[in-house]
Design a protein around this ligand. Structure first.
Ligand code: SF4
Length: 319
């Protein structure tokens, strides 16, 4: 499969505001030297506890924040783009946010919400605007009647359909979906997941799907990257990851959801909370919670080790 996005040595530091003027400036190291390829036409899942850097990585890939490193999209480093080139990149890559309640302008009808990105990108012909809007309304399971209504008149699931329609109106190639169903009722989640899966097939999309729900990720994603405290600790095709997780963190995450792993497997309890990214542990960032930790784990950052062509893990047990 062809690579659509190639991420190299991506780091993101957030400065922490302090009330004390004389205090030393502190930073949160949210992304720690991330290297990752996203392949054309795949759904890549990104999982991990909240606060591990998943959303930061999604935003960094879309240049919604300013990380250091390289993000190549179709061979062009998007972190170096300026002005019109950024605008062109925005056409090809879009984001769906977790909360459809806050991501839609309550003062605009659905028609205006869908028209706005087209106008911003220079499409002024009314026939073309209408034909694009009617096409996307049909694809996302909305109706033409819905175009006259305002976001508050819709249920959560319908609002997420509107958000998806808005993200797709410019015919992007790449979508970052950041926890797109976690604010929805469980009964509605399956409909939106199925919609995303169908849209990916019909429109030949590439999707980075960020989620903490392993059941959803298992159903939807071709490959999965597991994040812990700003690091990608395991990357694999979906079936292998769930059948044979290698990293102790992945094993613990999966064991907590028996419906997606071996039903009689013992749950692996993680000790303590996720450490603060302001002061991450030295060596392997997971060593403070790992049941296999050895002395070397607190001294040396593990290398990425290739287990097979589709399976990589960052842990000294496999080096
Ligand atoms: Fe555990 Fe050490 Fe592997 Fe980190 S490197 S996951 S601490 S065994």
């Amino acid at each position: 499969m062809q690579t659509l996005i190639d991420i190299k040595n991506l780091n993101m530091y957030y400065p922490i505001m302090s009330g004390n003027w004389s205090a030393k400036k502190e930073f949160i190291h949210a992304l720690n030297n991330i290297n990752l390829e996203i392949r054309k036409g795949e759904i890549l899942g990104l999982v991990g506890e909240s606060g591990c850097g998943k959303s930061t990585l999604g935003k960094a890939i879309l240049k919604l924040i300013e990380p250091s490193g390289e993000v190549s999209f179709e061979g062009q480093n998007i972190l170096k783009l300026k002005n019109n080139d950024i605008k062109n990149f925005r056409k090809k890559s879009q984001m769906i946010f977790q909360n459809p309640y806050s991501s839609l302008d309550p003062r605009m009808t659905v028609y205006k919400i869908l028209r706005e990105p087209l106008v911003v990108h220079g499409i002024r012909d009314k026939n073309e605007i209408n034909s694009r809007i009617f096409e996307i309304v049909e694809l996302t399971g909305l109706s033409e009647e819905d175009l006259k209504r305002y976001p508050h008149e819709f249920s959560g699931g319908q609002r997420q359909r509107i958000a998806i329609a808005r993200a797709l109106i410019l015919k992007p190639e790449f979508l970052v979906a950041d926890e797109p169903v976690s604010a929805l009722d469980v009964s509605i989640q399956a409909q939106i997941i199925t919609l995303l899966k169908n849209l990916k097939e019909k429109l030949n999309l590439t999707i980075l799907f960020i989620s903490h729900d392993l059941g959803v990720v298992k159903y939807l994603c071709d490959r999965i990257a597991v994040m812990y405290l700003g690091d990608i600790v395991e990357l694999s095709d979906s079936a292998t990851l769930f059948n044979s997780p290698k990293h102790p963190y992945t094993q613990a995450l999966i064991s907590a959801v028996p419906s997606v792993y071996k039903k009689d497997a013992e749950e692996i309890k993680l000790d303590g909370e996720l450490p603060s990214p302001k002061n991450p542990p030295c060596g392997c960032r997971f060593h403070t919670r790992c049941r296999y930790a050895k002395d070397v784990c607190s001294q040396k950052e593990p290398e990425i080790t290739k287990i097979s062509d589709s399976h990589y893990v960052r842990c000294v047990l496999y080096e």
